[in-house]
Design a protein around this ligand. Structure first.
Ligand code: HEM
Length: 621
């Protein structure tokens, strides 16, 4: 049994903000009730003590016989005949809970109390979790308050316990999967038996019935409408838009290069990603590369809250009073209102200029000529479109959140890896020589840079976004044994919670040679494990028409966009966005880290991002 060495930020992460008063509200109420209970029940000190009964009262000066006497009498009698033991006993559990929560929350009481609530409420009514033979890793819940992300701890347990194991934290257990055969079963072969579980509960207040948290019935209908919107002509037009937006980032890089200023590339990519997703999804130019606005602030506020929520398993924000008393919930509701108003305006505008067509006709439009080439336009113009305002808003909000930070994170880690591997950055520069004149790439150009595309894929392999996928069983199932599991498999019950560790899959020594090395060329080479017959290995020939490696070519060992029915709808959009941005920036500039790699640090919420920004020097080539 392995004790937890590397505690989590994913589940129990300490968040910087969140000074809400959930704690005090919960604690003070029982305290005052306790006092009044004592009085009413006549327990503890007698309120009406006959005067003179106490020698000390007899010596009080006359002045105390003022109109305030009853209150004073109460206080004094409390002080005198008072036996503190029942009160102490009554308050002790509350105080201990408070102290424990304070420590858990690293000084942030509201975060700490949420964690305590999580611990207490989990662990009951556990369904079958893999049967008798499933390897089990055990840890103490209290170990989970450190600084290392959970997915890194999961890697150690994977090495010790294999591709399917049960992770028990006190009474609560999860099944952790790091085996491609079992992952294929969950995401593809028996995918309808699983939903997003706790992730859906967390995201529902933000994304409503958008694709990620949607129930299966809603999901089926919306997915059928949204997928066709990412058609070839749309993507081709997006490539041009990616180039136009990146030009603004290039101006900032040019300034940094000329002045020798250190620049935080993570922030640059977040701003670029926001501008791109705004234009591509709902034809709204945030202009965040060059300015701040209430809408941008609200979007970042909501993203921060989404991240905060993804670190807790108890949706305390659903408690009705929390939106009135918890400052971060008050702010969150304000932010949502700002974004909703903005989205409502855009939806109304799109509806008011609706021009209905069949899907084929919409896909055949000349997107270089239309004024609004956004996904929203497509979703509104589609014949038989669902024009219900809230559904459209949920779809847009989901894509805004799903497509913004993720792509920015890929670019951030790609530049980090290139800056720490100058020889690979050199090779990329060499491939991009012919774009050095500032040419904006086209879709056809993306096909001519295989090495750079492999850099994007390798960055996603080493830093998958998100590093863990979450599922919950909707009915009983038996998980296949995978590479080295029990030949009978592992029975699980309805309600079992599962973590698919994409991080482990992507860095598994059973699946990849030199798994931790940054080696973009690996995606040009076929690769298999002769001892693992059930896994077909990685074969670039099986990529099909896709320009990038995927879960099909790797038989579910490489899943940066998931796989099966819930696979990311924006994968091509994101891959092309990352490629265009890297083509343009790397053809002109060389990136060097301003500090050491360890200064960059790592933090996780929904995605893996740096702890301290990606501070770079930009050198003109
Ligand atoms: C590099 C960038 C991106 C990465 C790494 C990424 C990753 C993922 C992953 C892993 C999933 C599957 C989650 C699961 O199975 O639990 C997913 C789903 C999804 N992604 Fe992305 N994504 C990216 C960009 C985008 C973009 C640009 C959009 C939209 C414009 C988008 C929209 C969605 C949606 C709507 C889903 C839910 C699909 C469904 O459940 O049917 N993503 N993404």
């Amino acid at each position: 049994m392995r004790q937890i060495q590397q505690p989590s930020r994913f589940i129990m992460r300490v968040t910087p903000s969140g000074t809400g008063c959930v704690g005090p509200v919960r604690v003070t109420r029982p305290a005052s009730n306790a006092l009044s209970n004592l009085r009413h029940a006549g327990k503890g000190p007698a309120v009406r003590r006959p005067s003179g009964a106490s020698p000390r009262l007899n010596h009080r000066p006359i002045s105390i016989r003022s109109p305030a006497l009853p209150a004073q009498e109460i206080v004094q009698s409390l002080a005198e005949g008072f036996n503190p033991l029942p009160v102490v006993l009554f308050f002790t559990p509350g105080l201990l809970t408070l102290i424990y929560a304070f420590v858990k929350g690293k000084g942030n009481l509201s975060d700490g109390l949420s964690r305590v609530l999580t611990e207490v409420s989990q662990g009951y009514f556990q369904p079958s979790m893999g049967g008798e033979n499933i390897p089990t890793a055990e840890g103490e819940l209290s170990d989970l308050a450190g600084d290392e992300p959970l997915f890194k701890a999961l890697y150690q347990w994977f090495m010790d316990n294999g591709g399917v194991f049960k992770l028990a934290f006190g009474p609560k257990a999860f099944i952790v999967i790091s085996d491609p055969v079992v992952v294929k079963h969950l995401l593809k072969d028996n995918a309808f038996n699983y939903d997003k579980g706790v992730l859906a509960e967390i995201l529902e207040p933000i994304m409503g019935k958008g694709l990620i948290p949607a129930d299966l019935e809603t999901w089926k209908v919306r997915r059928r409408q949204i997928v066709p919107a990412f058609h070839q002509a749309y993507l081709e037009n997006c490539v041009k838009m990616f180039g136009d937006c990146t030009k603004k980032t290039m101006e900032r890089l040019e300034n940094a290069s000329v002045s020798g200023t250190v620049i935080d590339m993570e922030q640059e990519f977040l701003n670029l990603g926001l501008d791109i997703i705004g234009i591509g999804v709902f034809n709204y130019d945030f202009g965040s590369i060059n300015q701040q606005s209430p809408v941008i602030e609200a979007v970042y506020g909501v993203l921060k809250e989404a991240e905060h929520r993804s670190t807790f398993y108890i949706p305390y924000w659903n408690i009705p009073i929390s939106k009135y008393v918890v400052p971060r919930q008050i702010q969150f509701n304000k932010d949502i209102k700002v974004i909703n108003e903005c989205l409502d305006e855009l939806i109304d505008l799109a509806k008011s200029s609706r021009s209905v067509d069949d899907i084929e006709a919409l896909q055949a439009r000349d997107y270089s000529q239309v004024q609004d080439a956004s996904l929203l336009r497509f979703l509104v113009d589609m014949r038989d479109a669902d024009l219900e305002q809230k559904q459209l808003r949920d779809d847009l909000m989901t894509m805004l959140i799903a497509g913004h930070e993720t792509t920015a994170a890929v670019l951030t880690w790609a530049i980090f890896l290139l800056a720490t591997h100058p020889e690979i950055q050199e090779k990329a520069h060499a491939e991009l020589e012919r774009f050095a004149d500032g040419t904006t790439p086209t879709l056809a150009d993306i096909a001519t840079v295989p090495y750079l595309r492999n850099i994007v894929a390798e960055s996603l392999r080493l830093y998958p976004q998100p590093p863990i996928l979450i599922r919950r069983a909707l009915a009983d199932d038996v998980l296949p044994p995978g590479l080295n599991g029990d030949p009978n498999g592992y029975p699980i019950g309805k309600g079992a919670d599962l973590f698919i560790s994409v991080w482990n899959l992507h860095r598994s020594p059973y699946l990849w040679k030199e798994p931790d090395a940054f080696r973009p060329e690996r995606f040009s080479e076929a690769n298999a494990n002769p001892e693992f017959k059930e896994w077909a290995g990685y074969d670039p020939e099986k990529q099909g028409s896709s320009l990038y490696p995927n879960e099909v070519a790797s038989d579910f060992a490489f899943l940066p966009f998931g796989g099966g029915i819930r696979k990311c709808v924006g994968d091509q959009f994101a891959l092309m966005e990352a490629t265009v941005c890297l083509m343009m920036t790397l053809s002109k500039y060389k990136f060097e880290l301003a500090g050491s790699p360890s200064d960059v640090g790592m933090a996780t919420g929904a995605t893996i991002h740096t702890a301290n920004g990606l501070k770079c020097r930009v050198v003109t080539r």
